[in-house]
Design a protein around this ligand. Structure first.
Ligand code: KIV
Ligand code: ZN
Length: 517
């Protein structure tokens, strides 16, 4: 049996189920390209049947990814499997991942099916999926609380139907490492080399990574995980933690390896957090802001004398260079290009030029441009969606106590500049009101978050908004970046509006295409 542990990344599917982590198609494509660079074996790009937008994102990712397998999730339903099969059809390497619950509680209350009906449905699903591609993954949902003997019956049947990977999710994150290890051992001994055993652990009790490692030691050769541990509720097992544990504790896990290029861990984490607006907690292992910083004098002294006194990993190994050169307003295009290269970006000349123009504007207002500032700028550049509305100017007045806060904007739409002004209960309210008026929408702000990208009083503000523009549709996220918080706010709001417009137009195109078939 191979000792390469396949890394199955589900940031774009289970990760997207994190509250507030929804992404637009352009953002998903950028993350998928970065996951490919990171070296993940399988990218679960979404759940094709969930919405036309999800379908479109998976289809576009399938066309662009050449070195990782692209996968879509599907319930054990014909319509889901058909959508999944069609969405990944153009991928060089493609997989359909179908699932049905096998625990008593799910079968009885959710599915209202008998165990025999569940087996029949699972087999039909795999057989049908097989008509679209060879690589089929089957999951026993809520495996952590399923009867192991029953799972053996299900797995035996789906292997015969053609499943090549068998996934054992601890859907509700209930199991302890020794328990998950024992389940996998028993299933691995039963399945042998007829299929690959995969695991998918949720983090409800903070054990997702520990459980994944116990599963690897007991025969699992695929682990499902997400960047920064994003995912439903308390999240999924964190990719960066599993990979770095296998590497750092090579003495213990001597026979196991992954195909992950660990230098891409930090850039991938940063891309995901800047796109989703969900920053890992500062003390998060591997990628948290404090993971490699030493606060106490004793530790600092020790690290200066010998790094390994208090460090078991090297920050540079994961692509985080704390001593890298800081750029500023005098830095030229050449230094900027070199910096992009050292941060792992491989941009087209026109994108570099645009990013450089934006860099110059920000560098004029900000003394030092740290690596994270550059990453934030580039992330904004490469995930830019079509600018149906473009903010040209923003002017604010009177936020003094007792004054009447007002905002004036010029917004470009279809080549025409429209200028207007509005008053509000506060400056931010005035900004939203005037944008609504000019763009003829009425957005409802559901969430607002602001954080500083790096340190210093002149730090760039990164604003994240969640806005509902149509009550029958979910909230849309938008991001804005600027040294001025109100400007970042206006950009974020217009970004959300542009996302809404492009999703609406994208759906119209998909529907028009479907009607013309
Ligand atoms: O947690 C879970 O059970 C899942 C399955 C769909 C694999 O996400
Ligand atoms: Zn899950």
């Amino acid at each position: 049996m191979s000792n390469i542990i396949k890394i199955f990344d589900t940031t774009l599917r289970d990760g997207e189920q994190s509250p507030g982590a929804s992404m637009n198609t352009e953002e998903k494509i950028q993350i998928a390209l970065q996951l490919q660079k990171l070296g993940v074996d399988i990218i679960e790009a979404g759940f094709a049947a969930a919405s036309p937008g999800d379908f479109d994102a998976i289809a576009r990712i399938s066309e662009m990814i050449t070195h990782s397998t692209v996968c879509s999730l599907a319930r054990s339903l014909e319509k889901d499997i058909k959508a999944a099969g069609e969405a990944v059809a153009r991928a060089k390497m493609r997989r359909i991942h179908t699932f049905i619950a096998t625990s008593q509680i799910h079968m009885q209350y959710k599915l209202k099916m008998t165990p025999d009906q569940v087996i029949k449905k699972a087999v039909e699903a795999v057989q049908y999926a097989k008509t679209f591609c060879d690589d089929i993954e089957f999951s026993c949902e809520d495996a952590g609380r399923s009867d192991v003997s029953f799972m053996k019956e299900v797995l035996d049947a789906v292997i015969q139907a053609g499943a090549t990977t068998l996934n054992i999710p601890d859907t509700v994150g209930y199991r302890l490492p020794n328990e998950m290890g024992a389940i996998i051992k028993s299933l691995y001994e039963f399945v042998g080399d007829r299929a690959i055993i995969s695991v998918h652990n949720h983090n409800d009790l903070g054990l997702a990574v520990a459980n994944s490692l116990a599963c690897i030691e007991n025969g699992a050769r695929q682990v499902e995980c997400t960047i920064n541990g994003l995912g439903e509720r308390a999240g999924n097992a964190a990719l960066e933690e599993i990979v770095m544990i296998l590497k750092t504790r090579k003495d213990h896990f001597s026979q196991f390896d992954t195909n992950i290029n660990i230098k891409e861990i930090y850039p991938t984490s940063k891309l995901v957090s800047s796109i989703t607006g969900l920053e890992p907690q500062p003390n998060k292992a591997i990628v948290g802001k404090n993971a490699f910083s030493h606060e106490s004098g004793i530790h600092q002294d020790g690290v200066l004398k010998h790094t390994q006194t208090y460090e078991i990993m090297n920050a540079k190994d994961i692509g985080l260079d704390k001593n890298s050169i800081v750029l500023g307003k005098h830095s030229g295009r050449h230094a900027f290009k070199d910096k992009l290269k050292s941060l792992g970006y491989d941009l087209k000349d026109e994108d570099i030029n645009e990013a450089f123009e934006r860099f110059k504007i920000v560098a004029d207002q900000k003394k030092e441009m740290f690596d994270d500032d550059i990453r934030a700028l580039v992330a904004e550049e490469i995930t830019k969606i079509p600018q149906v509305f473009e903010l040209i100017t923003l002017q604010l007045s009177d936020c003094s106590p007792g004054g009447v806060p007002s905002a004036a904007v010029t917004i470009r739409h279809e080549g025409i500049d429209i200028t207007d002004a509005a008053i509000g209960n506060g400056t931010m309210d005035a900004v939203f009101k005037v944008i609504d008026r000019v763009c003829k929408v009425s957005g409802e702000l559901k969430d607002y978050k602001v954080d500083a990208v790096t340190q210093g009083k002149d730090a760039m503000a990164r604003v994240l908004v969640k806005v509902v523009f149509d009550e029958s549709k979910p909230a849309i996220m938008g991001h804005g970046l600027s040294v001025d918080t109100m400007l970042a706010t206006a950009k974020a709001y217009i970004g959300a509006l542009n996302s809404y417009m492009s999703m609406r137009d994208g759906l119209r195109n998909i529907n028009a295409k479907a009607n013309s078939i």
